[in-house]
Design a protein around this ligand. Structure first.
Ligand code: AHR
Length: 502
């Protein structure tokens, strides 16, 4: 099969925000404990942070880290996680039926995120708490000194303010599972008043109001409209959460998940525009996809969750440690492409999560840390997607899917950085059984190939191949046979993509 892709250096969707390559660290399962933090580990530093995990997080190229949840945040008391470790309380975490020891808290997170070189993004609890506690944690973090809370931070070892700019106003408040779940108008009012006070305390904050937790929520659309009616004048971004999974072995539909995400983003953008117009507000509100990933939720809903709920709560138990396949890696590549194709509206995104829990990085207590299959597309896109994202037009016989109808056989995103003169093309072959020849015409540029990689099933394995503690066969391999030729108005690149590859 032959697929043609056309792009033009002058046909720009939008700049690629560095914040597109964020992630989430939640107090959930072993993300924090024995993930980021394990004082007894041979690679732990003086603060108990695992050096091997830190190195992998740096290599991944993560640019923003959202913390401390997720669902965890909606019953969390931020002050439990500051002050001398030995004096911190141990609490029940109702969101995940766990025990939270608070050995890792705000200061440990800031030390970790600094060491990674990423930007912190902090979520306040609007489930069991409200305006005052949000104001308190902001004052603790960002006020220079001279007040009880800011002096408490200094006494706890941080002389300079943390200067956290990105703040989430709660998490998934539309979800019935959320501790302190609210209706759209209850949440909209609370978020607006919290935002107003937070801006008084620190006018430099950027605020993310919680949108829907999935596109199939019955309240999707109406939730955004109501919440934004209350908050649009006061916030900078609205969140979108999106998790994709394969249903009943339907690989074709799963590989087309980006089509569903694209629709979700465009619908959200339309609701933002309509609400801003209704309010007569001349401003823009970005979309923060502050949780996205592939996640086999059937396993969680049918097996893990009932088991977790019926067992006594423990600290740092194994929860949602999905082992990813080659297929998952290709889907993650297409979801990244979808984010790149929506950079006119998407201002940031967070792969959820970072370590052990539905994560690109896995680690064992006292043992090694390794890269899951999904690590590779994320790492390569975070490294190579620079400058602006270009519009792409794909032509080729469509693949028919039961969930998304006919879809492009090759999923494509292209970026171009005028400062370095480098372009990057990210291509996924959605065919599970046929290689595909791609002819890509890029108008306006004369280019040569610098490097080309592919992520696919290693020889002798299937689309279900995984990386484990013992062996990591799924790695990027050189993609041979990429040719470029000068055309009358630019460059034509041809390449054969192996079946089911990114
Ligand atoms: O990332 C796992 C969970 O998924 C988060 O805690 C929650 O926000 C979402 O439902």
């Amino acid at each position: 099969m032959v697929v043609t892709i056309n792009a033009d250096l002058g046909d720009v969707i939008g700049p690629v925000p560095r914040r597109l390559f964020g992630s989430l660290v939640e107090h959930l399962g072993r993300c924090v404990y024995t993930g980021l933090h394990e004082p007894d580990h041979p690679r732990a530093d003086a603060n108990g942070l695992r050096g091997d995990v830190l190195e992998l997080a740096r290599e991944l190229g993560v640019t923003v880290v959202r913390y401390p949840g997720g669902n965890f945040v909606s019953s969390h008391r931020w002050e439990d996680g500051v002050g001398p470790v030995g004096e911190r309380p141990t609490r029940l975490d109702p969101a995940w039926n766990a025990v939270e020891t608070n050995e890792f808290g705000l200061h440990e997170f800031m030390a970790w995120v600094d060491a990674v070189g990423a930007e912190p993004m902090y979520a306040v609890n609007l489930g069991t708490r409200g305006i005052q506690e949000a104001a308190d944690v902001l004052e603790y973090c960002n006020h220079p000194g001279g007040t009880t809370l800011s002096e408490q931070r200094r006494a706890n070892g941080a002389q300079a303010p943390f200067g956290i700019r990105l703040w989430c106003l709660g998490n998934e408040m539309d979800g019935h599972w959320q501790v302190g779940h609210k209706t759209a108008s209850e949440y909209g009012r609370l978020a607006a008043e919290t935002a107003r006070l937070m801006r008084m305390i620190d006018p430099a904050v950027e605020l993310v109001v919680a949108g829907s937790s999935a596109s199939n929520m019955p309240t999707f659309g109406e939730w955004e409209r109501t919440v934004l009616t209350h908050t649009a004048a006061l916030v900078d971004h609205i969140s979108v959460h999106a998790y994709c999974q394969e249903h009943d072995g339907d690989a074709e539909s799963y590989l087309a998940s980006a089509v569903g995400l694209d629709r979700y983003l465009k619908d959200t953008a339309a609701i933002i525009d309509r609400t801003l117009a209704d309010l007569g507000l001349d401003k823009s509100i970005g979309i923060a996809v502050d949780e996205w990933n592939v996640w086999d939720q059937r396993h969680w809903n049918e097996m893990e969750q009932p088991r977790l709920r019926s067992a006594p709560p423990v600290a740092g138990g194994r929860v949602i440690e999905d082992t990813y396949t080659v297929t998952d890696a290709v889907v993650v590549g297409t979801l990244l492409n979808c984010l790149l194709r929506n950079t006119d509206r998407v201002t940031m995104a967070n792969l959820a999560q970072l370590v052990n829990v539905i994560a690109p990085i896995r680690s064992e207590p006292g043992g090694p840390a390794w890269r899951q299959t999904t690590f590779h597309p994320f790492h390569l896109v975070a490294r190579a997607a620079r400058g602006v994202s270009l519009r792409t037009a794909v032509t080729g016989a469509p693949i028919h899917t039961s969930l998304h109808g006919p879809v492009d056989p090759v999923d494509a995103a292209i970026t171009f950085d005028e400062h370095t003169g480098r372009a990057a093309a990210f291509l996924a072959n959605r065919s599970t059984n046929a290689e595909t020849e791609v002819i890509l015409s890029l108008r306006g540029a004369s280019l040569e190939v610098e490097e080309a990689h592919s992520v696919m099933a290693p020889p002798g394995t299937t689309r279900h191949a995984t990386n484990t503690e013992h062996a990591q066969p799924v790695v990027p391999v050189p993609l041979a046979g990429v040719r470029t030729a000068a055309s009358s108005d630019g460059t034509t690149l041809s390449v054969t993509l192996p079946a089911l590859s990114w």
